[in-house]
Design a protein around this ligand. Structure first.
Ligand code: ADP
Length: 371
């Protein structure tokens, strides 16, 4: 039973067996042809020869026997040569086919065990080569996902540690009597707790967005109203900081297909960022215009700008151009990631432009028309 089990599990053996079967079938066909057809053909030729050589029954029988023996001998040699050819060909094909499959098998076992650097060498350009190449691409994606997961855990720990250690040192100061138990101290604690709460809410929102679980209530809406509502909400903060907020949006733009609550969330995020990264005396302008089958909305500021090398990354989670600067301002690098998910879930796209540091930024996104 065991040899058959081994045979079932080895592709190389199966290939060899298939060649051997072809050789055996060929030999049987040849042998049967030689047994049944050859004597008939030989008799025909012998009859022809007898007419030329005269009647010699003994010689004819000898010739017939020798011919059959010669044919059998040739068949045995041919079958042995074919079996040898089957062995050689199956060794070659096994190397070409089974080799890469075994390499992929070993690599996938190592990947499953946590070694994500594994790749398989591409040796051919056929379907097997294509399979190895897509295996390598899959390994690459897994490696990136794993790297991001590890980074994510590190980033999260870092984000939580800062407010927690602030709260802890304030509490120690209170216990030791170094800090007065007055409203200012409690406000400091409250600020750090709010920061933690904001972070937890953002994380919940981010995980929902990344899992594609954002519930949307899509409906036709007028962007100008939504933009004015968001701008009015943040106007007091702009006034406090001394940054001008300018809404340059026409009332007669076509309706868009959006979830008004989610659109407000995106607008508040972009306006909040523009305010945060624009020094007092600066200006933030919102524009909206009709472009093909979409409405484009741009939030432009005269703030600190974004370096060219950071532009492709600012929509990645936890990405901050200047970590120390963002941390003092309370940013955790999640806002734009959520904004990108929200815009894309509503059928639009979002991008950032900046002429360079100190020269302001423009964040633009599109929304599909309702019609
Ligand atoms: P954060 O909460 O840190 O602002 P975001 O995801 O909203 O997180 O933004 C990611 C990073 O992109 C910010 O940390 C900041 O460095 C940069 N950024 C976003 N908007 C602007 C802007 N208007 N001007 C300059 N930099 C910006």
């Amino acid at each position: 039973m065991r040899p058959f089990k081994a045979l079932e599990r080895r592709l190389g053996w199966k290939l060899f067996l298939s060649y051997l079967i072809v050789v055996m079938v060929g030999t049987v066909v040849l042998a049967s042809t030689a047994k049944f057809e050859a004597p008939v053909a030989l008799s025909r030729h012998m009859a022809h020869m007898e007419t030329m050589m005269g009647d010699n029954a003994g010689l004819a029988a000898d010739l017939r026997d020798s011919f059959v023996a010669a044919v059998n001998e040739v068949l045995v040699v041919a079958a042995l040569a074919a079996a040898l050819a089957a062995v050689i060909v199956s060794i070659f094909t096994t190397r070409r086919i089974v080799g890469p499959i075994q390499a992929m098998m070993q690599a996938s076992q190592r990947i499953a065990a946590g070694d994500y650097h594994q790749r398989v060498q591409i040796l051919s350009e056929d379907e097997l080569g294509a399979l190895v190449s897509s295996f390598n691409r899959m390994a690459e994606t897994l490696e990136q996902t794993e790297r991001r997961r590890v980074e994510l855990i590190g980033d999260l720990a870092h984000e939580f540690r800062t407010p927690l250690s602030s709260i802890r040192s304030i509490m120690e100061g209170l216990v030791d009597g170094v800090l007065p138990a007055d409203p200012a101290t409690f406000l400091d604690i409250q600020r750090e707790i709010s920061r933690l709460q904001r972070l937890v809410n953002d994380l919940l929102e981010l995980s929902r967005a990344e899992a594609g679980q954002i519930s949307l209530e899509i409906q036709p809406a007028a962007v100008s109203n939504l933009i004015h509502t968001a701008a009015d909400r943040l106007q007091p903060q702009f006034d406090d900081k001394g940054v001008d907020l300018d809404v340059a949006v026409s009332q007669d733009l076509p309706l868009v297909r959006v979830d008004p609550g989610r659109l407000a969330q995106v607008l508040l995020n972009l306006l909040g960022n523009a305010l945060q990264y624009t020094p007092s005396g600066g200006r933030v302008t919102i524009r909206a215009w009709h472009e093909g089958h979409a409405i484009a909305i741009a939030v432009q500021d005269t703030g600190i700008g974004i370096p060219a090398e950071a532009l492709p990354h600012i929509f990645e989670r936890f990405y901050r151009v200047d970590k120390s600067r963002a941390r003092t301002g309370g940013g955790s690098g999640i806002g734009l990631t959520i904004a990108r998910h929200l815009v894309e879930a509503q059928g639009g796209r979002i991008w950032a432009e900046s002429p360079g540091p100190g020269q302001g930024s423009i964040l633009t996104f599109t929304l599909p028309l309702a019609s």
